[in-house]
Design a binder for this molecule. Structure first.
Ligand code: FES
Ligand SMILES: [Fe+2]
Length: 373
C-alpha cells in the first residue's frame, strides 16, 4: 500500500547524533545515527544474529553495536565484529543489515525507503528552508492514516470548523475555488492556487485576526490574497502566501508513515523576510504552542476515521472542490504505488476501487496501470 521507491522525511538533522535513533517507517524498523565523521546513516534495525533492536544499541567509532551479543555493523550494513569469535575470528557470510540511502539537506534527513538500491532521483531543494525565520514545530508521532494526514495538511475546508477553538471562526467557512491544479514537470508534485475574495480581508478580530493573518495569510499586509499549494510525492505539503512586503509566509507539513495507523509529522512556519522585528519574531515564537494545539485537533479528526480494517478512511468518499489538492495527492501517490506493483489502500477519484482493481489486475495484468491518469 505504500510507495517504497520514494523519499520521505526521516528526521531533522539536529535529532541525529552519534547515538542510535530508532524509528519505524513504512512498517520497517530503521536505526539512524552519525559516524565519527558526522556522516548520517540509516540501517535496518533488526540484528542479523538474533534480531535484537539495534536502535537500543550504541555507537562504537563508525559502527553500531547490537545491545545483545555486541555484533557491530558499519555504515555499509556489514557486520565487522563478532566479539565472541575473538579479534581475528570469522564473521559469518551474509551477516549484514539493510542500508537505506539518505539525503541530508536544509536541516532535514530524507530516507529512500527501498533499502540496498540506488535512488533514481533526489528530493527537490526548497530555498525557503534556509531562511532565517523558520519556526519548527516539535516532531510529532501521531495516529491516523497516511492519506488522511496528508490531506488534512492541504485542506482548508476544515479550518473554520475543526479549528474553531484555536484559529477561530469569525468568517463563514466558504472558500474560493482551487484553480490551476497542475503536475510539476518531473511528475512528483502537484501545485495549485486559491485566490481569496477581497471582502474576507477584515472579517477577523483580536487573536483570531492575528492567526488568520499569520497562519492563513489573510492579513491586511496580504496584497494578493493569493495562496499557493504544493503537494509532493514524499508527503510534503507546502502552503505559500505572498505578502505585501514582497516576501512569503510559508506553512509546511511533511508526513511519513510509520505504519497503516501512525505517522511521523514534521511541520513548521517560515517568513522569508530577512529581517523581522523583535516583537514580530517573539509573536511567531509564541505561535508554536498554538500550532501544537491545532495539530492535536487535526489528530482527533484524522483518528476518528480509522477502523481496524480500513486504514485509508471512508471506502467511497464523496469530494468537492476544496478537496482538490488532497485528490491530486491521492492520484500522485497511487500512481507510484501501482508503478511498483502495489495496490493503493484508499480510493482515488476516477480510479477503480481497490477490491475491483485486484480482480482486474488478475485478469488484465499490466493494463490496470493505464486506468490511472
Ligand atoms: S542479537 Fe544482535 S548480537 Fe545477538
Ligand atoms: Fe488542521
Amino acid at each position: 500500500m505504500f510507495a517504497f521507491e520514494n523519499w520521505y522525511i526521516a528526521a531533522r538533522s539536529e535529532e541525529v547524533h552519534n547515538a542510535p535513533l530508532g524509528r519505524k517507517f513504512l512498517n520497517q524498523d530503521v536505526v539512524l545515527f552519525r559516524t565519527q565523521d558526522g556522516e548520517v546513516c540509516a540501517l535496518g534495525a533488526v540484528c542479523a544474529h538474533r534480531g535484537a533492536d539495534l536502535g537500543k544499541g550504541r555507537i562504537v567509532g563508525s559502527s553500531i553495536q547490537c545491545p545483545w551479543h555486541g555484533w557491530q555493523y558499519g555504515a555499509d550494513g556489514r557486520c565487522n565484529l563478532v566479539p565472541s569469535q575473538g579479534p581475528c575470528g570469522k564473521i559469518p557470510r551474509g551477516a549484514r543489515v539493510p542500508v537505506y540511502p539518505l539525503h541530508e539537506a536544509q536541516g532535514y534527513i530524507h530516507i529512500w525507503m527501498k533499502p540496498d538500491t540506488q535512488p533514481t532521483w533526489y528530493p527537490p531543494a526548497h530555498d525557503f528552508f534556509n531562511t532565517r525565520y523558520h519556526i519548527k514545530s516539535p516532531v510529532r508521532f501521531q495516529r491516523g492514516s497516511f492519506i488522511n494526514t496528508v490531506e488534512a495538511a492541504c485542506d482548508d475546508a476544515h479550518v473554520y470548523i475543526a479549528h474553531a477553538q484555536t484559529i477561530g471562526m469569525a468568517a463563514p467557512a466558504h472558500l474560493a475555488p482551487i484553480i490551476d491544479v497542475k503536475s510539476t514537470e518531473d511528475g512528483r508534485a502537484v501545485q495549485g492556487r486559491m485566490v481569496w475574495p477581497i471582502e474576507r480581508k477584515r472579517s477577523f478580530k483580536g487573536l483570531s485576526a492575528w492567526y488568520q493573518k499569520h497562519l492563513l495569510g489573510l492579513g491586511e499586509d496580504s496584497n494578493t490574497h493569493d495562496r499557493h499549494y504544493r503537494v509532493e510525492l514524499s508527503g510534503l505539503v507546502v502552503h505559500r502566501y505572498p505578502k505585501a512586503d514582497g516576501f512569503d509566509f510559508i506553512v509546511y507539513a511533511a508526513t511519513t508513515p510509520a505504519d497503516e495507523f501512525t505517522n511521523w509529522f514534521f511541520a513548521g512556519t517560515i517568513d522569508t523576510h530577512p529581517q523581522r522585528s523583535f516583537i514580530g519574531n517573539f509573536l511567531y515564537w509564541l505561535a508554536r504552542n498554538r500550532t501544537s494545539r491545532v495539530f492535536d485537533e487535526d489528530e482527533d479528526m484524522i483518528t476518528s476515521t480509522l477502523t481496524d480494517n480500513l486504514p485509508g478512511g471512508h471506502p467511497r468518499p464523496i469530494s468537492v472542490n476544496s478537496d482538490a489538492m488532497g485528490l491530486a495527492f491521492r492520484r500522485l501517490y497511487a500512481r507510484q504505488v501501482l508503478a511498483e506493483g502495489g495496490t493503493p489502500a484508499w480510493p482515488v477519484a476516477g480510479m477503480v476501487p481497490a477490491d475491483v482493481q485486484e480482480k482486474v489486475r488478475e485478469k488484465v495484468g499490466e493494463k490496470m496501470q493505464e486506468n490511472v491518469t
